[in-house]
Design a protein around this ligand. Sequence first.
Ligand code: FES
Ligand SMILES: [Fe+2]
Length: 388
Amino acid sequence: MSGPDYSFAIKDFFDKDLERRLNLPTEESSGLPNVAYTSEAFFRFEQGTVFRKNWVFAAFAHQIPQPGDMLPVDIAGQPVVIVRDEDENVRAFHNVCRHRGAKLIDEPQQGRKSLVCPNHSWSYSLQGKLIARPHFFGGEKHDINHQACHRSDLVEIRGSVWHDWIFINIDGHAAKFNEHIAFIETRIQGYDFSALGFAEKLEFDIDANWKLTIENFIEPYHVFSCHPWLNSFVGMEQRTPPDFHEHILYCGYQFEKTDPARGEGLPYFPGLSKDRQKRGDWYVLFPNFAFEIFPDQVDVFIASPESAKRTKETIALYFIGDGTHAPEFEQARRHVIKNWYDLNQEDIGIIERMQAGRASDGFDGGVLSPYWDPVQQQFARLIVRAMR
Ligand code: FES
Ligand SMILES: [Fe+2]
């Protein structure tokens, strides 16, 4: 992955009029121009703005269950290490040594007592404090006196854990995390997330810009055309357009029948209200974290940007209580997991087709449906705002 680039300004990519156009009524507006999906320079600028200023998903808490577990990740084009410390708190640090800037950790680690730099063996505690600098004052003259080390601790990154999901904010200036998710928290009241268990992860390599996967995730407009099974489950006339609240995009439906592909036979959230036993909702937490809630599952979608035209998509599937691992639910689980895999394959084809179209002089932002696409306009506005 290429690193962030702070040398650009928004005017290097977008004409002056774009912001005005994005605020017009949807039918006169458009999405983002092609450069936002095709240019590597734009990609690096976006990494340094959108992904640095916002709360961004970094890792699953279940990946570092024990004290001393560590996970290296790349966020906003920067090396980051997520650590579970002795007190079981999750911490995030810039994954770089304070001495000569060597990257510290390349592979996930389990049960370590410290982080040791491979270059000159400076060591850091799980809280990021410098422990020792061998031979620092000359041969056999080690620095084990922390007083001299105040400029030498690891640089910590603001982090927050929400259920199984670790978010970080690299520039440290985003709103408080609980404010960031307050709107969603209100809407999902009544779903007991403590009953969730992680069951399976699906990963996909997509030849498209990450924004196309998120834009596709939130829109129900393509269902009748691209997802035959899904359309038979809930038809277009039962669907309403997505809505948004600032950086949160959302949509949902009531369904009339159950189906094995949608979790028939799996346990439901405990104490779930009657209407929610026949309801699905999905959310995008800008920029690239999304999830769906059904009575029997929560499914998380993360679009990890790898380059302007390449995205790794991760789908993590969670079920309720015994639904997560118990053998009697194995078949029901497999059915759901296969359905997610198949639906996503249907989406990937169309996402890559939209990427291919963005090489064309015949497209530059498009013409939007006033009914279905106001959310696409909002997503474009959020990108532009973060880049200012
Ligand atoms: S670069 Fe890490 S100890 Fe020198
Ligand atoms: Fe889709």
